[in-house]
Design a protein around this ligand. Structure first.
Ligand SMILES: CC(C)(COP(=O)(O)OP(=O)(O)OC[C@H]1O[C@@H](n2cnc3c(N)ncnc32)[C@H](O)[C@@H]1OP(=O)(O)O)[C@@H](O)C(=O)NCCC(=O)NCCS
Length: 170
């Protein structure tokens, strides 16, 4: 059966929580999704469904890069999850591609992510692009960025400020 990627609807809330809970084997990321949604921070939230069953989810939320000359708006990709039974079948890659596309269409210019280096590199993220931007969680090669407008990160040095729901992870 084919995979449908679409924007979340209010009816998807419980399924999205369950997909995140299953993929991370913990409540924290699932609760983070609810907190970001309830706090009004969500930019894009997509689900992957097979035959009507939600098997994957990706969320992008607003964040700010604080620089010495002002603030720069960006979005953070976090969290994303695919049910363990459906991983390594290309669903995660599809979600990233569709999610980045939706962010670009909304006029967003920068996406940052902290996660599996190989996976996100393959999706077009770069640790080099994020090297002048600090984040409160560290991460080394796992800290990456993508320019949705070529060159938009040139000369930007600063520190990201995540929305409050991420404080639970500090
Ligand atoms: C990461 C995740 C979203 C990828 O979704 P997916 O549908 O499996 O991704 P795709 O099939 O498009 O791509 C598979 C690639 O993802 C990466 N990947 C998948 N699971 C991984 C894991 N547990 N650790 C590291 N990399 C992983 C690998 O690069 C893999 O490529 P490979 O099969 O050639 O090794 C999914 O594995 C998941 O939900 N993991 C648990 C939750 C999580 O870690 N979320 C991301 C936080 S940054």
């Amino acid at each position: 059966m084919s995979v449908e990627v679409r924007h979340e609807t209010p009816e998807d809330r419980q399924s999205i929580w369950t997909v995140n809970r299953s993929a991370f084997d913990a409540d924290a990321e699932a609760d983070l999704v609810d907190a970001l949604r309830d706090g009004g921070f969500v930019v894009v939230s997509l689900v992957a469904a097979i035959g009507g069953k939600i098997v994957g989810h990706i969320l992008f939320s607003r964040l700010t890069i604080i620089t010495s000359v002002g603030t720069v708006e960006a979005v953070s990709l976090a969290p994303m999850a695919v049910l363990p039974s459906h991983q390594r079948q290309g669903i995660g890659s599809k979600l990233v591609e569709a999610g980045v596309d939706a962010c670009r269409k909304q006029g967003h210019r920068i996406v940052v992510v902290l996660g599996h280096p190989d996976f996100y590199r393959r999706c077009g993220f770069s640790a080099d692009l994020a090297s002048s931007i600090e984040n409160p969680f560290g991460g080394g090669e796992a800290w990456m960025a993508m320019e949705l407008v070529p060159g938009v990160l040139e000369g930007i040095e600063g520190q990201v400020e995540y929305p409050a729901p991420f404080n639970a992870f500090e």
